[in-house]
Design a protein around this ligand. Structure first.
Ligand code: SAH
Ligand code: SF4
Length: 350
């Protein structure tokens, strides 16, 4: 099979071009054509040497993902379902904000962690996405939204990427890191490190590696203030308990682009949403990890057997954290009408 150029970060592309006898600046040109202009056709890359264009034609391509469907929500949220073969599909979600927008990107087809409240987790694990398949979601969405929004050349549609789609990004580490590098590269999407977020259920050794290799913003899915409860919600906690996780967060901070960790906490009715648990949470993190909390209203799906905490209980929970001086936000759910919210990304194709 021909090489997919979306699989390469700039260094990888330079090495690939080197193997064709081409200089590094040719790789930069090519990288810019693909990512900044969204061009997939080598013949259209007008300032690329003709000799390189014909060399590439035989051995490489810019292979995006086939789009199965596009759903646009009343609030402007857009969800795409991409075909990744063998009956598997993954989703990406564009969330418009006042100016520009956020893209929620998938890292795996399915997920092996199996969190109780997550529909991707209930689906089980199919396979890791390649770097090219992760990047293809941004490549497609950025250029699609530029057209859709009628943006001028040079204006970008997406200035924020969150690895909060399907899958556990740190369980697909080797494919993730080059994808992050392409998101960050000034010759590609030029996103700031603070605006690329890896969300993880808590693979502590991989948090350490990310700190060394590519420290972007970190969000940690906590969901419980003690191991007994977290064991039941996030099975990975039995291997990597909360103490170990918080230590990894503390080690991450000096390298992180922000001076806090974001803790995500999915609010489950009668399970993890009492004021006592909020107090426990305060005692757990205060004076230990500089952090912010993001409370996520649970997005129910039948197989979970769980329900969403009433809004007043979410507010009361937030108040306990805020009274302790911890910045706490309640996530607005977007794209409800098209099932585009967190944890609703099922991705099956019938
Ligand atoms: N695997 C990573 C990233 C993908 S999930 C992680 O777990 O962090 C992204 C976020 O959505 C996580 O915080 C996750 O806990 C949350 N989530 C999963 N299912 C959800 C649901 N049904 N309702 C609300 N949030 C959910
Ligand atoms: Fe996997 Fe994250 Fe879903 Fe847990 S919440 S099953 S880690 S995708």
């Amino acid at each position: 099979m021909t090489a997919n150029l979306l699989d390469f970060d700039l260094e990888g592309l330079a090495a690939f071009c080197g193997s064709l006898g081409e200089k590094r600046f040719r790789a930069v040109q090519l990288y810019r054509w693909m990512h900044q202009k969204g061009q997939a056709d080598f013949e259209q890359m007008s300032d690329l040497a003709k000799s390189l264009r014909s060399k590439l034609a035989g051995v490489a391509e810019v292979r995006g993902l086939p789009v199965i469907s596009e759903h646009v929500s009343a609030d402007g949220t857009v969800k795409w379902l991409f075909d990744v073969g063998a009956g598997n599909a993954v989703e990406a979600v564009f969330i418009p904000e006042v100016d520009r927008g956020t893209l929620c990107v998938s890292s795996q087809a399915g997920c092996a962690v199996g969190c109780r409240f997550c529909s991707t987790g209930h689906q089980g694990f199919s396979r890791n996405l390649s770097t090219g398949e992760i990047v293809a979601q941004l490549w497609f969405a950025e250029h699609r939204m530029r057209k859709q929004l009628g943006l001028a050349a040079g204006e970008r549609a997406i200035d924020n990427v969150v690895m909060m789609g399907m899958g556990e990004p740190l369980q697909n580490y080797d494919a993730l890191v080059p994808a992050l590098r392409t998101m960050l590269s000034d010759h590609a999407y030029g996103l700031s490190r603070r605006r690329v977020t890896v969300s993880t259920s808590g693979l502590t050794r991989m948090i350490d590696r990310l700190r060394e290799d590519c420290p972007v913003a970190l969000a940690v899915s906590l969901h419980a203030p003690n191991d007994a409860l977290r064991d039941a919600l996030v099975p990975l906690n039995r291997k990597h308990p909360i103490d170990e996780l918080l230590d990894a967060c503390v080690r991450y901070l000096p390298a992180a682009p922000r001076d806090f960790i974001t803790f995500e906490y999915c609010m489950l009715d009668g399970v993890n949403d009492t004021p006592e648990l909020a107090q426990q949470l305060v005692r757990l993190v205060q004076g230990r990890v500089p952090c912010k909390f993001n409370l996520i209203p649970f997005n129910p799906f039948p197989a979970s057997g769980l329900t969403r905490s009433p809004h007043e209980r979410v507010l009361a929970f937030a108040r306990v954290l805020q009274d302790a001086g911890i910045v706490t936000t309640i996530r607005k759910t977007r794209g409800d009408d098209i099932d585009a919210a967190c944890g609703q990304l099922a991705g099956e194709v019938q």
